[in-house]
Ligand binder design. Sequence first.
Ligand SMILES: Nc1ncnc2c1ncn2[C@@H]1O[C@H](COP(=O)(O)OP(=O)(O)OP(=O)(O)O)[C@@H](O)[C@H]1O
Ligand SMILES: [Mg+2]
Length: 480
Amino acid sequence: MTSTALSPLHTTPQMEPANFLNLLIVDDERSIREACREVAQSLGFTAYAADSAEHAYRMLDAQAFDAVLLDLRLPGAGGLDALRRIKERRPEAVVIVVTGYGTVQSAVQAMKNGAYDYVTKPFSVDELKLLLERVASHLKLKSENRMLREKVKSKQGFGGIIGRAPEMEKLYRIIAKAAVSAHPVLILGESGTGKEMVARSIHYSGPFRDKPFIPVDCGSLVPTLIESELFGYVKGAFTGANQSKDGLMAMAEGGTIFLDEVGELPVDLQAKMLRAIQEKEIRPVGSTRRVPINVRILAATNRDLEQAVMQGAFRRDLYFRLNVLSLRIPPLRERRQDVPLLIAHFLERMIRTSGQEKMLSDDAMKVLLAYDWPGNVRELENCLERAYAFTSGPLIHSTDLPQEIAQLPVLESPGNGNGNGNGRSKIIPMAELEKQTILSAIAELNGDKLQAARLLGIGKTTLYRKLKDYALQGCEDARI
Ligand SMILES: Nc1ncnc2c1ncn2[C@@H]1O[C@H](COP(=O)(O)OP(=O)(O)OP(=O)(O)O)[C@@H](O)[C@H]1O
Ligand SMILES: [Mg+2]
């Protein structure tokens, strides 16, 4: 075991106090255990020490640790074997491996086997501090994400609808009332706010939940076919009608028909729909007989129907029929407090489907909170799906978000308060800022990329991935 040159403690600015985080230091050399313990404690970790692998296993069996600092060269134990046995016991623990000079290869293997990072002996106090600070902020993010996910479980309203903003609470109360009544409900809301979701939850929380829920997109039906689609037809009604067919209204018998984008319904069909609602009967195309129906009507629109009524594009009487009960889903920008809950909900779903644990960095979360979401929840969901797919590491940064969302706000230029220019600086995209920071750090450190990654507080693989991207973009300075 080589001895480690730990320089005397001196202060580096502390990023995140690691309060309540447990660290287990596994090293057979007492002086190193003590020195590491001192550094860890100065950062707020509760530090424990084990002098052998066996000792560490016993401790890990007895208690949970957030992080483990493991010397890969313990007498009598293969380092990688020790790593495997630690991970078996505590898969969630962050393990940092300590290697000797010239054995970086084993550290790389350890990282492939699940170690979070490595440090090479001899290391300085500053190096260890930086590493432990990064571990602390990683663990903090992880626990925040976990907490958020747990919160989501208790934050679901009806039918998996996420949101605890006061407007959403009000919405849940209306949904609960609407569910037990048989009256039509008109659901209003911008695109992507969850109108269909609300319609489904009204149906599935009500007494007809075992009966069909039939959604009809009135905007995408071919105008000449809408009537036969909705009301059905009899044999011989038109060319090609070789046999009678039920329409969507009849298919929804006993349940709910959801007329999505009802504002798009052509005027002649509006009259027929009104009659169907009023008389509770329909007449299939080509038939002279009326057929009774028992169907609950839900309708949705993102258009201003009142205005359409005034312009004569929508029948007033049908509007009143549909609007017996109405509810409006607020746009996401009016309930920003729900954004983190929605993010946690969607991330959890993606993690469950793909099995890959990923989370949002603080900077990405800030960007998502500041954005206006004109496409509402659907846009947020799509944005996260893209970022999740594009990010190869475990952390989604703001630079992984679509450019239109991750744009920097307009900044005041430093030092131009004397009226120099228009008082606004040029907007530099986040990705460009990051690239400049990374490349200048490497240049400053005479090309030492490992050191650059460490000082920038990012993982080596992330740094290499970014350099590869820059090289692909034709950047000469990004040679790996
Ligand atoms: N409050 C919410 N909680 C969880 N998921 C939501 C919520 N609101 C919307 N979503 C999700 O967002 C997407 C859009 O929802 P939905 O289709 O219900 O919106 P919409 O208002 O009908 O949109 P459009 O006007 O574009 O038809 C869906 O994937 C839905 O699951
Ligand atoms: Mg919809």
